[in-house]
Design a protein around this ligand. Structure first.
Ligand code: F0G
Length: 457
């Protein structure tokens, strides 16, 4: 008999979590104005709000923390980190930042000008925010297939080469770079193929435009290339990552994801002129060039985490857990963005709650139901996140209303996945009876979802 799959680690330290009662949760969510961000973490049993900075570090990472060099300038921890980044990505110029959006801020400050167009595949919110804040345009060139949740294709995060070519032709001379997000978070943690990265490079070469990878989950992307793309079966994750980066001129990184640290980020490139023009903003916003918002111990943990996070058994344990949750949902017929993504399952709230009007926020309603059912916290990727139209101030209703269940790395067991699946099944079984959602009581003009206050309809 074939042995079943099991995680490539064992647990050395645990943190207790509290299983509350439904009555407690009804009280807490009401006090939180039906905004899941406003819940205290000890009011949550299984926290799937994000996989960012919420993973468990290894014994070797904790050991590396003890050797952190806290010198202001020239710390050995910086060189440990820089050397590991160069080994894995091939980029020699490294600018540390406190997290991913800070890397965007520093690099974009040097390169993005008013009126520029920056094509990409479903830019992440902060990436889009940093582009639009500079009065430039984030132009989405993701393949159309990405918005059909039930379509099963291996690389649903890809850039559409025809859309990219058209964008570069139309905006010639006005595109500072193209940004490809690997994996594509917004489209459901879906990967981009090596073939697609090559095509993007060729199209960009034709127009003389450089390419940046938003690399938060590059190692998960490499795992999908290894397991889904012909010709990569026998390559290591590190070899695949190196090839992915060979098609780019630079990268922004949120190390809180695939480098498995609680805080950290960086910008890296081989273009000396980019590095030289970004360092001023690095010093201004983040700190001196050899720490940039990170403690020495954090840079040491980051170096170790990058090494571990690009090892196949670590990625296999992680992604198979997300896929396990997907399989459990399949058993119950619960619709989600298919196939299961690298870091999360995106449940299709439109299909689950057809009787809740879109004006009453379907995905948020599902998120609150899931919290009430079992103390599980996901995050709404729907009309609340989409904000209002800047001109008409009307609510924008996106094509997809999703509830994202992001799985932190090395944190929960498959027993937790079972609880999540059954909690969703219980809601799915009574879906016909859920006919109303929530209305807005108070909101900010932008990024409203973090602080919004709601009431029951
Ligand atoms: N790019 C991608 C693809 C991301 O998913 C994130 C963060 C960032 C950039 C920004 O990095 O948070 O370190 O500043 N994503 C988190 C999430 C917040 O929950 O998906 P950051």
């Amino acid at each position: 008999m074939e042995l079943p799959f099991a995680e490539s680690y064992r647990i050395k330290m645990v943190e207790h979590i509290h299983r509350s009662t439904r009555e407690e949760r009804e009280q807490w969510i009401k006090e939180a104005k039906y905004n899941l961000f406003k819940l205290a973490s000890n009011q949550v049993y299984i926290d799937l709000l994000t996989d960012s900075g919420t993973g468990a570090m290894s014994d070797k990472q904790w050991a590396a923390m003890m050797l952190g060099d806290e010198s202001y300038a020239g710390a050995s921890s910086f060189f440990n980190m820089k050397n590991m980044i160069e080994k894995i990505t091939g980029f020699q110029y490294v600018l540390p930042t406190h997290q991913g959006r800070a890397a965007e801020n520093v690099f974009f400050s040097a390169t993005v000008k008013e009126g520029n167009v920056i094509p990409g595949n479903s830019h992440f919110d902060t990436t889009k925010g940093h582009i639009e804040y500079r009065r430039a345009i984030a132009l989405d060139c993701t393949i159309d297939e990405a918005s059909n949740t039930q379509l099963e294709i291996p690389f649903k995060g890809n850039v559409d080469p025809a859309k990219l070519d058209k964008a570069l032709a139309e905006h010639k001379g006005n595109v500072p770079f193209v940004i490809v997000t690997v994996t594509n978070n917004t489209a459901g943690g879906q990967p981009v193929s090596m073939q697609n990265l090559k095509e993007v490079r060729e199209i960009c070469n034709k127009y003389g435009v450089p390419v940046i990878l938003d690399s938060a989950r590059f190692a998960e992307n490499a795992y999908f290339i290894k397991t889904r793309e012909k010709g990569y079966e026998n390559k290591t994750i590190k070899e695949i990552a190196r090839e992915m980066f060979s098609y780019a001129d630079g990268m922004t990184m949120s190390s809180k994801k695939d480098a498995i640290v609680n805080m950290g980020g960086f910008f890296a490139t081989n273009k000396k002129e980019w590095y030289d023009s970004a360092i001023m903003f690095g010093v201004m916003y983040e700190g001196y060039l050899t720490y940039g918002g990170m403690a020495g111990r954090d840079m040491n943990a980051l170096a170790q985490g990058l090494d571990e996070g690009t090892e196949f058994p670590v990625l296999e344990s992680r992604i198979k857990q997300v896929q396990y949750l997907g399989q459990r949902l399949d058993e119950f017929g619960i619709p989600y963005q298919r196939p299961a993504g690298g870091h999360a399952i995106f449940v299709d709230a439109k299909k689950i709650l057809p009787n809740v009007p879109k004006e009453e926020f379907k995905a948020q309603t599902l998120g609150i139901e899931l919290y009430l059912e079992a103390g599980i916290r996901g995050v709404e990727i729907g009309a609340l996140l989409a904000d209002r139209d800047p001109v008409t101030r009307e609510n924008r209703y996106p094509e997809l209303e999703l509830l994202r269940l992001a799985i932190p790395r090395r944190t929960y067991t498959n027993n937790h996945m079972d609880v999540i699946a059954v909690a969703l099944k219980n809601i799915y079984d009574r879906r016909e009876s859920i006919t109303s959602g929530y209305r807005i009581v108070k909101e900010l003009p932008i990024m409203r979802h973090f602080t919004i206050e709601l009431e029951k309809c």
